[in-house]
Design a protein around this ligand. Structure first.
Ligand SMILES: Cc1cc2nc3c(=O)[nH]c(=O)nc-3n(C[C@H](O)[C@H](O)[C@H](O)COP(=O)(O)OP(=O)(O)OC[C@H]3O[C@@H](n4cnc5c(N)ncnc54)[C@H](O)[C@@H]3O)c2cc1C
Length: 771
């Protein structure tokens, strides 16, 4: 007498239902609600004999699930039947069942079974039901089959890009014995340590290298950003101090100054003059146009008088201002002959060589911070400090000796944005620093995960934690993002190097720089939190590096522009570009383009595309591109409509935009994610090594916003479920290559800390030695 379990494969009418049972117990492919619905149908199915029904209900009883042994036996039976089917083809359960009973489908009982299965939306390949996931985990596969030297080199060449030589220079610098983290320093000593690293880097030419063609030819953005990114592999206080000196201080003198300021620039680049960038005030951070510090021109003495009118006009958070800076670039409202001309930058000495304050300048230390304590942030006040007329950085606006103001940009708004636009390099560098910090965190967490074991498998072998699906799920999408942002950043740097005819950064570069800075820094914070948790308690230990990376990058989301404010700016720019298109083009062209967009939307939303969930279609780059573009276009047109309606109702354009600000931020995010994806795809298209990683990035962006795609009928629920499943398939596929993928970052071992060192893990007992 067969047991209720054996009845399943012995009863011909039940045979087509066997895949259903396997699917029910495989990785939660079926939801509890679906299982309940199926049980309900079975209980009412008159076409089933009582014994067959009881057997099936027994198999599907969630309170008393089949034993692993019974499931293994069923798997063996089913895999024998399925082995004849073509591989890789996704089918619904009824499709699989029909294939199993081919030749016999006329049988009405089998037809009944197929109808039942057709109500289950999920789809499977024969292999997914046929075999369990490989029992050889990623860690062991990775140990067995590393990439060859040529393939490793190819990855590294792609990542280092056109600035490979600069990166190598800085890696060589970081290999010098001085560049070692010293733990437990008090704040004052840490600041001195960071200053001495900065001076050493300058001495070794790190700054001069960023000006390859002499001062008059300007800064090489590519070299500057690559230097910044590579220094960020080591100590983030050092990289921020380097950014203040090279980007904010010297960079502003170079971007806003003229020949008269070259002496200052030389001193800054040689490290003889340490400077700071004093823009933010206590009362005005994000709103730079509202700054209160004043610079009043006096024709009699041919000098400007710099003053701080009240408490909220005090300069706040200024890097290098507490101790090390001798000169500040101060942003103040320029006034001459009784007229205001808006915010301009002035070079103001704040300390003498011996460190005592210059007359009329007061400073204060901001104190201990959440991170970046190697940088001396301070406050500054100016009590009628007199500086010569040449202190004005006068590339975009000049004051004659008798006080006449002139500028080739007459509109003060346009002048302000042009001046700020030239400072875009700092924002791009911050993105690069965030991406580099993420790479260090991921390199540590992935290496540790491959070595560290917890819990034993069925054979008694302890499992490397990286072999757990959840571990791969939390580290590999961020790894894909780190690759994606690297390529997006390289493209942005390339565009930033191409200035317009006036030598000014192009508006699209400003938009991308703002948006990429926001998304890459948020991504870094999220990634480093995952890295911290992935290393368990060890991730919390300062000596193991992730602590510093996590706390130091936190403020990257705020300085060089608060992320939310930056995304509002991106959205505003996108609306402006759209309005510009509408004005410039004849109505018929605009309408045609809108119709084309709608056609794309309708094509994508046809019921077949919405449900297409084969592995190939889900991995196809085109699907990811279309999804992200569809989201961006939908958000842009709906935002434009909403803002226009509010303006019609009597709100000012600014009020109307602010009333839809959350929508604008969603649009900005969608725009930047589309850009990042296209940059990654451009590189990965011809690179089999990167194809799965790029597909993972695309799909994980869709997964992160599944609710929106479902809400907007871009996909049907079975497809959204298939997206999740496909990400699991992809992380399993990529996991054995994870070590190669982080090795390609070429991070010096001294920057990775002990958790990435297999020898340390063994001698410290964090990894059990093999018996
Ligand atoms: C460690 C550190 C170093 C720094 N170094 C320098 C430096 O060297 N030189 C320098 O000049 N500055 C520096 N800054 C200042 C930094 O640039 C500012 O902190 C930043 O611009 C934000 O200004 P805020 O702090 O006044 O915040 P606020 O502008 O007051 O913003 C506070 C919050 O309000 C939100 N918010 C503001 N405006 C809007 C809006 N329109 N719509 C919606 N939300 C809004 C923001 O999203 C944010 O969450 C530094 C700051 C820090 C913390």
């Amino acid at each position: 007498m067969p047991t209720p379990f054996e009845v399943l494969w012995q009863e011909p009418q039940l045979r087509p239902l066997a895949p259903l049972v396997l699917a029910a117990w495989r990785d939660g492919y079926l939801t509890p609600a679906e299982l309940l619905a199926i049980r309900d149908t079975l209980e009412r199915a008159s076409w089933l004999s009582d014994s067959a029904r009881q057997a099936l209900l027994r198999w599907l009883d969630t309170d008393a699930p089949p034993t692993p042994r019974a499931l293994r036996t069923l798997e063996r039976e089913v895999s024998g039947w399925l082995s004849v089917l073509p591989k890789g083809q996704r089918r619904t359960l009824s499709g699989l069942a029909a294939a199993l009973v081919s030749g016999n489908v006329a049988d009405s009982q089998v037809q009944n079974a197929l109808t039942l299965l057709a109500s289950v939306g999920a789809t499977f390949t024969a292999e997914e039901l046929e075999t369990r996931p490989s029992t050889v985990g990623a860690a062991r596969q990775s140990a067995a089959g590393r990439l060859g030297e040529a393939e490793q080199k190819q990855l590294r060449v792609l990542l280092d890009g056109s600035q490979a030589a600069t990166r190598e220079r800085v890696r060589a610098l970081l290999a010098e014995p001085e560049f070692r983290t010293v733990l437990g320093l008090d704040t004052a000593s840490y600041r001195e340590q960071v200053l001495s690293w900065l001076l050493r880097a300058i001495e070794r030419g790190a700054l001069a290298h960023c000006f390859p063609n002499g001062l008059s030819a300007g800064r090489d953005v590519g070299r500057f950003v690559a230097t910044f990114e590579t220094l960020a592999l080591f100590d983030l206080s050092l990289v921020v101090k380097f950014g203040v000196q090279a980007g904010l201080f010297a960079g502003t003198i170079e971007a806003l100054g003229t020949r008269a300021h070259q002496g200052l620039l030389t001193a800054a680049l040689e490290g003889k003059l340490i400077g700071c960038f004093a823009m933010t005030e206590r009362g005005h951070g994000s709103n730079v146009r509202g700054l209160l510090t004043r610079a009043r021109y006096e024709p009699d003495s041919e000098s400007f008088v710099i003053s701080t009118p009240g408490l909220s006009a005090g300069k706040e958070w200024i890097g290098n201002a507490a101790t090390h800076a001798r000169t500040a670039v101060v942003f103040a409202q320029l006034e001459t002959l009784g007229e205001d001309y808006g915010v301009h930058a002035f070079v103001v000495p704040i300390r003498r060589d011996d460190g005592t304050p210059c007359a009329g300048v007061r400073s204060e230390d901001c104190g201990h911070k959440m991170g970046l304590n190697g940088v001396d942030n301070g406050r500054l006040w100016f009590d009628d400090v007199r500086v010569p007329r040449s202190a004005l950085l006068d590339r975009f606006g000049q004051v004659s000796p008798d006080g006449q103001y002139q500028s080739k940009i007459p509109s003060s708004g346009k002048r302000f944005f042009t001046m700020l636009g030239t400072l875009v390099g700092g924002r791009i560098a911050v993105s690069g620093g965030a991406i580099a910090a993420s790479k260090v965190g991921l390199s540590i967490a992935i290496r540790y995960g491959l070595a560290r074991t917890q819990f034993a498998d069925d054979d008694g072998n302890e499992t490397p934690i990286f072999d757990y699906l959840t571990h791969q799920r939390r580290l590999l999408p961020p790894l894909a993002a780190a690759y994606a942002y690297t390529f997006a950043q390289a493209e942005l740097v390339k565009r930033a190097s191409e200035l317009d005819a006036e030598g000014v950064t192009r508006p699209d570069v400003e938009t991308l720089a703002a948006g990429l800075k926001a998304l890459s820094t948020w991504q870094a914070v999220a990634t480093l939190q995952q890295c911290r948790e992935s290393c368990g308690g060890q991730g919390y230990l300062t000596a193991n590096r992730i602590d510093g990376l996590r706390t130091d990058t936190d403020v990257f989301t705020t300085f060089e522009g608060d992320n939310t404010v930056l995304l509002s700016l991106v959205a505003n720019n996108l609306l402006r570009i759209m309005r510009g298109h509408l004005h410039k083009r004849p109505v018929s062209t605009v309408l045609k383009s809108l119709v084309e967009d709608v056609v794309i939307a309708v094509q994508e939303r046809n019921p077949i595309a919405m449900r297409a969930d084969s592995s190939e279609s889900l991995r196809a780059f085109d699907l990811h591109t279309t999804a992200l573009r569809f989201r961006e276009k939908t958000l842009l047109t709906s935002l434009a409509r909403r803002v226009a309606r509010r303006i019609e109702d009597g709100l000012s354009p600014q009020q109307a935009f602010e009333a839809c600000q959350d929508h604008g931020v969603a649009l900005a995010r969608a725009h930047i994610e589309s850009y990042v994806l296209s940059c990654f795809q451009d590189v990965a298209r011809d690179q089999p090594l990167l194809e799965p990683l790029c597909a993972l990035y695309g799909l994980s962006r869709i997964e992160a916003d599944l609710a929106w795609f479902l809400e907007n009928d871009f996909m049907a629920p079975p497809k959204s479920r298939a997206v999740r499943d496909q990400i699991n398939v992809l992380v399993r596929e990529i996991a054995p290559r994870a070590l190669d993928l982080v090795d390609a970052f070429a991070i010096p071992a001294s920057c990775l800390g002990p958790l990435a060192d297999p020898e340390y893990l063994k001698v410290s007992g964090l990894v059990r030695e093999k018996a």
